[in-house]
Design a protein. Structure first.
Length: 351
C-alpha cells in the first residue's frame, strides 16, 4: 500500500485524535499492527511562528514511522509556511506525510475558517493544498467530512479538488460537520468518492470490530480503514483486525494482565516524553480506558482520577493487577472492548 512515496504494510491506520494519539500511544498502536499513525491536529500558525509548544506536538519516536503530522489552519500562506518548517527539520524529525484537518467540527476551529469550515470554501481548499504540495518534500494528504451539513454533502467535489491540487490521499470521516459524532456514519458516500478519484481513499467512521473493518473495505472499495475511538485503551484492535483480514483468524481480546501491563508501559513512555507531572495528568484518561470492562473498573477509574503522581498511579495499577490475578485474571466481565463511551468527554474537542 502506498501514499505517494510512502509505503505501509496493511490497510489499517490510527486516526488523528486530539488528546489521545500521543507519541506513546502511537508506539503501542504501531507495535500492535497499525500500519500508519497520525499526530493529533497541530496549529499551522504555531509552527509558522516557531512556537516551541507547537513543535512538542510534532515530536515522535522512530518506531512510530510511517507517521503523518496533521495541521489545522485556514490561510494558504501560513499552511505552506508550516509545511516548509516541517520539511526543513532534520531528516529524523521530518514526518512521512503532512495531513490537513478539514473535519474538525468544534466552534473555536470552524469560527476561524479552519477544520470542517474549509469544506464550505473549495477554492480555499485548492489553494491550501496546491501551495503546500509546491513546497513539501513529503506527500500532502487531507482528512475531510462528507460536507458541512445535509444540504451540502460535497465530499465528491472536495475529493476531486484535493486530487487536482496535489493531495496524494484523502481520508473521509463519513459524517457531515452538523452530525458531529451522532447517528451512523454514511459509508456509501466513501464509495462514491472512491469511484470519483484516483488517489487512495481511506474510510473512517464507526469501525469498531474486525467485521466492521472488512465490511468497510468491501462495501466501499476504499484503500484503507482508519480507526479512532475503537483504539482507546485497546491498541490490540489493530492486531485483531489484521489477523482477521490476513488469515480469517479471530484473536482473543487482551487479558487483564496485558491491559494493565500496557497501561504501565504507556505511563513509563509518557514520563519519558513529557515528564512526571504532565504524565500523571495525561494518563488518567488512558488508564480509565485500559481498565474499562474489568471487574470493579468504575471504582478503579475514580481512584485513578484522584491520583496526583506517577508513583501513586503505578502503585494503583500494580495493586489492581495483583488483585485481579488472585481472582484468576478474567479477561473482561462487563461486555465488549472499550468503545466510544469512555471517550465522550473527548468528543467536544474532537475533529
Ligand atoms: C477525542 C477525539 C479527538 C479527535 N481529534 C481529531 C484530530 O485532531 N484530527 C482529526 O482529523 N480528527 C480528530 N478526531 C476524529 C477522528 O479522527 C475520527 O474521524 C472520528 O473519531 C471517527 O472515527 P471513529 O468512529 O473510528 O472514532 C477526533 C475524535 C475524537 C473522538
Amino acid at each position: 500500500m502506498r501514499i505517494g512515496s510512502v509505503s505501509y504494510e496493511a490497510p489499517f491506520l490510527l486516526a488523528p485524535l486530539a488528546g489521545v494519539s500521543d507519541s506513546p500511544f502511537r508506539q503501542l498502536a504501531r507495535e500492535q499492527g497499525a500500519a500508519l499513525v497520525y499526530t493529533e491536529m497541530v496549529s499551522a500558525d504555531g509552527l509558522a511562528r516557531g512556537q516551541r509548544a507547537t513543535f512538542d506536538y510534532c515530536r515522535f519516536d522512530p518506531a512510530e514511522r510511517p507517521i503523518g503530522i496533521q495541521l489545522f489552519g485556514s490561510d494558504p500562506g501560513v499552511m505552506a509556511e508550516a509545511t516548509r518548517v516541517l520539511c526543513d527539520l532534520p531528516a529524523e524529525q521530518r514526518p512521512d506525510l503532512i495531513d490537513v484537518n478539514m473535519g474538525c467540527p468544534v466552534r473555536k476551529v470552524v469560527n476561524r475558517c479552519a477544520g470542517a469550515a474549509l469544506l464550505n470554501d473549495v477554492p480555499r481548499i485548492r489553494e491550501i493544498v496546491r501551495r503546500m504540495a509546491e513546497v513539501s518534500m513529503v506527500p500532502v494528504t487531507a482528512k475531510i467530512r462528507l460536507g458541512w451539513d445535509g444540504n451540502s454533502r460535497n465530499v465528491v467535489e472536495v475529493s476531486r479538488a484535493l486530487e487536482d491540487s496535489g493531495a496524494q490521499a484523502v481520508a473521509i470521516h463519513a459524517r457531515t460537520r452538523a452530525e458531529k459524532f451522532e447517528g451512523t456514519a454514511h459509508w456509501e458516500m466513501i464509495g462514491e468518492a472512491k469511484r470519483a478519484v484516483g488517489i487512495p481513499v481511506i474510510g473512517n467512521g464507526d469501525v469498531r470490530s474486525e467485521e466492521d473493518a472488512l465490511r468497510m473495505l468491501e462495501q466501499t472499495g476504499c484503500d484503507g480503514v482508519m480507526l479512532g475511538r475503537a483504539a482507546f485503551g485497546d491498541p490490540w484492535v489493530f492486531r485483531r483486525v489484521r489477523a482477521f483480514h490476513e488469515r480469517g483468524e479471530r484473536l482473543p481480546l487482551p487479558s487483564a494482565g496485558e491491559r494493565l501491563a500496557a497501561g504501565l508501559r504507556h505511563l513509563a513512555l509518557m514520563v519519558r516524553d513529557v515528564g512526571r507531572e504532565a504524565a500523571a495528568r495525561e494518563m488518567r484518561k488512558h488508564v480509565a480506558w485500559y481498565v474499562k470492562g474489568l471487574p470493579r473498573s468504575a471504582a478503579m477509574r475514580d481512584q485513578v482520577n484522584k491520583t496526583h503522581s506517577v508513583e501513586e498511579m503505578e502503585e494503583l495499577l500494580r495493586g489492581y493487577l495483583a488483585e485481579l490475578l488472585t481472582w484468576g485474571e478474567p479477561a473482561r466481565d462487563e461486555g465488549g472492548p472499550p468503545d466510544s463511551g469512555a471517550g465522550r468527554e473527548g468528543l467536544v474537542a474532537a475533529g
